[in-house]
Structure formats: structure tokens, C-alpha cells
Design a protein around this ligand. Structure first.
Ligand SMILES: Nc1ncnc2c1ncn2[C@@H]1O[C@H](COP(=O)(O)OP(=O)(O)OP(=O)(O)O)[C@@H](O)[C@H]1O
Length: 314
């Protein structure tokens, strides 16, 4: 027995000679946001299409809320809210009318339908535009309405397929905030993206997917550790005795290496934000005048590069 909302076990899907999804396994617990992070063509949409029971798997299983999911099963689909990449809204209907129509299709009626539509409109930040036809909405507002449709049935598991692609910054912000709010209410979320910033901000755990295979999985910090990643602090100097300062910088606990040239020192350290004040203070004690201080830390882009030898946006 498991309490996990979603269990994906050794999922495989082929298209002709291409194995689009190759032995992918992961789990999502209640209230957890799980990100599938990978470039275009990595297999994200194909994976979630099997999770949502839209297409059949060639091998492997999907279990939603304890029940097996296949294209033929209906019961586990009640627990799902699927927000596809493509918009599935009626442009001539208002936001409210769209939600009401889809709510009816899902079996909601009367006052229950009206109150759920109101709740969803406020969740997606469209309450004040509810009476406008959706064709008058910005691209981002249309996407938010698309997400709203996926929320009507109060899903246990919400699946969002690259929900912020091509949206304006304001709508992107609103979408990310809604996902955080839903997750805060205990909803499990499966979120696909090729934006590492979104995976870092939203996801409790992240699966890095490329060429149909899950290359690695874990929290952001777990994944960063895979790179053997260390931080760097770079000091740019316009004057003072950098070499003498470097001798002392090497003695600071947590500083692993210091490389010095005429105008700069680069420190390899364990935790740059925790050490930067002491580093700057030590340099100042040696009369070093700093022109700039730069911290860099490995991110999920570095992890992807480490695992696959290429960038996320190649
Ligand atoms: N119906 C299909 N027939 C043939 N090949 C397909 C089909 N659907 C997907 N593929 C291929 O499977 C691979 C994975 O595609 P998929 O759409 O799952 O990737 P993705 O990570 O979601 O990328 P994107 O964000 O571009 O959709 C790609 O090489 C794609 O061309």
C-alpha cells in the first residue's frame, strides 16, 4: 500500500523506431509538486499523456489514487485535472461561460456549479474579467482560463504541461502563484517545463528527463550535489595586496581554493552566501579595494549539462 497520489512504474512508449518514453518511474505524494524538467522533445508530453490515460503505454503502469490508469479506465480520471499545452477554450464564450460549460460537462449543477466557478475565477485571478469573451483575453489570461478548467473538479492531482510557454510576465507570475497556492492547499501537482527557474521555484522534487529517460531525480539540492557542485566568489580588485590577502583567505574554513591574478581572486567555496562577508572583510583588512564581488552557484542548468553533456535550451 502507498499513500502516493501517483505512481509511475517503468513506463515505455514507442512511436515506430523512436522510444519517446523509456522506462520512466516516479511517484508523487499528496501536497507535493513534482517537476519534469527537460528540453523540447524529451518525452514530457508523452509521459503525462500516459499518466492522464490519454494514450496507452507499451509497457509499465500508472496508478492514480491507488487505481490503475489506462485509456479505458474511468474511475481514476475523476481525481485528475489535466491542463494541456494547447488551449481548449471557446473564444466566443466569456470566462465564466467557459467554466460553467466545462463544469456542467463534469457533472456539476446549480449552486454547487456557480460557487465552484466563482472560486476558480478567483484562484486564477480572472474574477474581474469573467464577463469578457475569452477571445478578448491576453495569451496569458487564456492560459489561466485553461488552467481553471482543469481545477473545476477539485482534482487530487493537477497536471500542467508547460503552462507558461509564450505568456507575458504578469500572467506567468499569476500562474506560478496559483500553482503555489494550490499546492499549499494539499493538491499534488505534476508540472512539466523546460524553464529551470520554474522547476527551482515550484517543485519539491524534480525529475530531469532527456531522450525519453529520467536521468536523475531529487530535490533541487540533491540534484546540485550530483555535479559535485561548488560555489565560487570572484573578487575584482583595483588596488591593494591581493596575494597577501589570498594567503589569509585560504585559511577561512569553507574556502577550498583561491586563485589569484593581477586584478582578481577567484575562491572555490562550500557556501558562498554564508562566506562572502568574511571574504570581503579579509580583503579589506589587506587594503584591497574591490571593484566588484560576484557569486556564482551551480543551478539546474549545470546539472542538466553535467548529466547529458548539453544545455536545456539547445
Ligand atoms: N504521435 C507521435 N508520433 C510520432 N512521434 C511522436 C508523437 N508524439 C511525440 N513524438 C515524438 O516523441 C518524442 C517526445 O515528444 P514529447 O512531445 O513527449 O516531448 P516533450 O518533452 O513534451 O517536448 P515538447 O515540449 O516539444 O512537446 C519527440 O521526439 C516527438 O517528436
Amino acid at each position: 500500500m502507498t499513500d502516493d497520489v501517483l505512481v509511475v512504474d517503468s513506463l515505455v512508449r514507442r512511436f515506430g523506431d523512436l522510444t519517446a518514453v523509456d522506462e520512466v518511474s516516479f511517484r508523487i505524494a499528496p501536497g507535493e509538486t513534482y517537476g519534469l524538467l527537460g528540453p523540447n522533445g524529451a518525452g514530457k508530453t508523452t509521459t503525462i499523456s500516459m499518466v492522464a490515460g490519454l494514450i496507452a503505454a507499451d509497457a509499465g503502469t500508472v496508478t492514480v489514487a491507488g487505481e490503475p490508469m489506462t485509456p479505458r479506465t474511468t474511475e481514476p480520471k475523476r481525481h485528475l485535472g489535466l491542463v494541456p499545452q494547447e488551449l481548449a477554450i471557446y473564444p466566443d464564450l466569456t470566462g465564466r461561460e467557459n467554466l460553467t460549460l466545462f463544469g456542467r460537462l463534469q457533472g456539476l449543477r446549480g449552486s454547487e456549479l456557480r460557487s465552484r466557478v466563482d472560486e476558480v475565477l478567483s484562484l486564477i485571478g480572472l474574477a474581474d474579467r469573467a464577463k469578457d469573451r475569452s477571445k478578448e483575453y491576453s495569451g496569458g489570461m487564456k492560459r489561466r482560463l485553461n488552467i481553471g478548467i482543469g481545477l473545476l473538479n477539485r482534482p487530487t492531482l493537477l497536471i500542467l504541461d508547460e503552462p507558461t510557454v509564450g505568456v507575458d510576465p504578469q500572467s506567468r507570475h499569476a500562474i506560478l502563484e496559483s500553482v503555489e497556492a494550490l499546492s499549499g492547499e494539499g493538491m499534488a501537482v505534476l508540472y512539466t517545463t523546460h524553464y529551470m527557474e520554474e522547476a527551482e521555484r515550484l517543485c519539491d522534487r524534480i525529475g530531469i528527463i532527456d531522450s525519453g529517460r529520467l536521468q536523475a531525480e531529487g530535490t533541487r539540492d540533491d540534484l546540485i550535489r550530483l555535479t559535485g557542485g561548488v560555489d565560487t566568489i570572484r573578487l575584482g580588485a583595483t588596488g591593494g595586496d591581493l596575494a597577501a590577502a589570498a594567503e589569509e583567505l585560504r585559511q577561512i574554513p569553507g574556502v577550498e581554493r583561491v586563485q589569484v591574478d593581477r586584478r582578481s581572486a577567484t575562491l572555490t567555496v562550500k557556501d558562498a552566501p554564508a562566506l562572502v562577508a568574511q571574504v570581503v572583510g579579509t580583503a579589506a583588512d589587506h587594503g584591497v579595494t574591490l571593484s566588484d564581488v560576484e557569486i556564482s552557484r551551480p543551478d539546474l542548468e549545470s546539472v542538466f549539462l553535467h548529466l547529458t553533456g548539453k544545455g536545456l535550451r539547445d
